[in-house]
Design a protein around this ligand. Sequence first.
Ligand code: ZN
Ligand code: ZN
Length: 157
Amino acid sequence: MLSIYYLPLSFLIYALAHEFYFYFTHVWMHRPRVYRNVHAVHHQSIKTTPFASFSFHPLEALVHAAFLPIMVMLIPIHPVVIIGYLIFMTVTAISNHLGVEVITSSHIKKHFISGEHHAKHHRLMKYNFGLYFTFMDRLMGTEADALKSHKLKRAYE
Ligand SMILES: [Zn+2]
Ligand SMILES: [Zn+2]
């Protein structure tokens, strides 16, 4: 029998695995052919609003939707945690597309993605591919704020 501590641990494992899955599938969707035929639908929203949160081409929706069934087959999770995770996914998808920042602390903003971070992705396209956390963008050199380029700074200021 799984310990009670496995409930939050499984949530965290799913969120971290999702970050990897989302980051690499998102970067892949920015390859010219895939972008033109699939991901461009989501990027029709240059200025983000909550309506952009679930505005995807059906093939992109399929890629996003495949994550949970794959994970459930690999890593055990309690049904209540899945429901909590689905709510978390929905709330963060909306907050990432609010077009305004909801995280006020600069320490938290450094590690977690919110409105401002993802709005820059919609404007700049080549940066900020992450889902919940900023570590993948920092690790892969695609975080807009980490880049000191004046040209880039001018592009989003
Ligand atoms: Zn994108
Ligand atoms: Zn988006």
